[in-house]
Design a protein. Sequence first.
Length: 109
Amino acid sequence: MSSAVKYFYKGNDTDLIVFAKSQNEVESYLKEPRPDKLNDVVEVFEVYTTTNGKGAKGELGTASKAQIENEFGKKMRTEDVIDVILKEGQCNGEMNIPRVQRSMQVYPL
């Protein structure tokens, strides 16, 4: 397991979550945001949502392409979505996240 900071984005249809390495890393990134620096900031390069798509608590799974497109449009890359979540989302505390293989989809919290 690895410790990470959860960033929560309240969407119109689906609430989204990303995991950053630390609050300090995010603050540093936000001073000079560039997508090529995201690998230094983000713990897991994925966007998550809860199983019901609302809130920041509960079982998490990888957000679908459709969920992300409904919130941000079809032209947004994953890097751009994560950038928006870090800029417009809220820090939702530190937590342990499992080191998982890409084949896993649901993570109980």
